[in-house]
Write a protein that binds this ligand. Structure first.
Ligand code: UDP
Ligand code: MG
Length: 317
């Protein structure tokens, strides 16, 4: 019997985790042809999320959990999950039920047909602001243009991965992770299914604009060096223009003399060039920062507690 692991990163999800557990339980009962494992990764929650998970685990031997030593963020929580799943396939799902578990049987069906990565693409984003929708659209557009790998638009982490995809991603131990790009980068057979993303049923989103901007920068800097090229290009264009301008000024002065005006244009040019230089330095800095972080090669996370039912009996409750 194939085993499906459901991987759930959870951070302060006490309001929704019971619903999620019920829906997953129902899913498993409706699909008796597979073994299920529910692996919760508690990402340093400060509410009663961990107590709830422990309670589920005491009732149900399909429930396993990893309790991380602090809040590491969803990307790292997912690595911790990948490191601990035991299934032949793994489905990553958000704790807030924005990803309907009812889609999982469909994913499993495609997996059985031979696809390794069945990802769910959102049709609609109900309950999200216009600003979030349009910024995310632009972000994907830029990323797609500048990287050579196709990155799936409007696709989150809700997907089924075959064991070999999980093994592949586990080998990528970088600390500033952009998992969405990694799914594309590893390749294998991909299949898209579409769904309507529901608004979060309770609790609050853990994202804010600061986190999203950081996420976007991580995404771009971990998959493309195009911004570095952009700053060289900008430097080239500006210095060429400046060179032509200088020749023009020399000729003009030779013919008409120099009435010593032009302070404003001088200021403008200096400020503009200063700005461009700072921008380029910043871009280079981003990459150096990444190099710095990766060369430390620290462990990605620490586990406080790991629980899995040792007995392999198939009964529960
Ligand atoms: N999450 C996490 N660690 C964090 C932030 C979020 O494990 O630091 C989990 C969260 O519990 C949820 C998933 O990641 O299961 C997605 O989070 P959220 O719903 O806040 O993001 P959104 O759906 O708004 O993108
Ligand atoms: Mg959510």
């Amino acid at each position: 019997m194939s085993k499906i692991s459901i991987l759930i990163p959870a951070y302060n999800e006490q309001e929704v985790i019971d619903h999620l557990y019920q829906r997953l339980g129902k899913l498993a009962n409706d699909n008796k042809a597979y073994d299920f494992e529910f692996l919760f990764v508690n990402d340093g929650s400060r509410d009663s999320t961990l107590e709830r998970i422990k309670y589920f685990a005491s009732l149900d031997n399909r429930v396993a959990f990893v309790n991380l030593s602090r809040n590491y963020g969803k990307e790292i929580a997912m690595v911790a999950g990948f490191d601990h799943v035991t299934g032949d396939a793994t489905v990553i799902i958000d704790a807030d039920l924005q990803d309907p578990p009812e889609l999982i049987p469909k994913m499993i069906k495609y997996w059985k047909d031979g696809y390794d990565d069945v990802y769910a693409k959102r049709n609609s984003r109900e309950g999200e602001t216009w600003l979030k929708k349009s910024t995310s659209k632009w972000f994907y557009k830029i990323l797609q243009r500048t990287t050579n790998i196709p990155i799936q638009i409007d696709t989150g982490d809700f997907r089924l991965l075959d064991k070999r995809c999980v093994e592949a991603i586990k080998q990528m131990r970088e600390s500033q992770r952009y998992t969405k790009g990694m799914y594309s980068w590893i390749g294998f057979n991909k299949k898209e299914i579409t769904y309507d993303r529901d608004p979060r049923i309770a609790g609050e989103t853990k994202w804010n604009y600061r986190k999203l901007i950081n996420f976007a920068i991580d995404g771009i800097t971990s998959f493309t060096t195009a911004p570095l090229r952009l700053s060289s290009l900008l430097g080239f264009i500006i210095s060429t223009a400046a060179f032509i301008y200088i020749i023009y000024i020399i000729i003009k002065t030779a013919i008409y003399g120099d009435p010593a005006v032009g302070y404003p244009s001088l200021m403008a040019v200096i400020l503009f060039l200063g700005g461009v230089q700072l921008l380029s330095l910043g871009i280079i800095g981003e990459y150096i920062g990444r190099i710095f972080n990766e060369t430390k090669s620290r462990p990605l996370y620490f586990v406080e507690e790991y629980h899995r039912e040792k007995t392999d009996k198939k009964t529960h409750r």
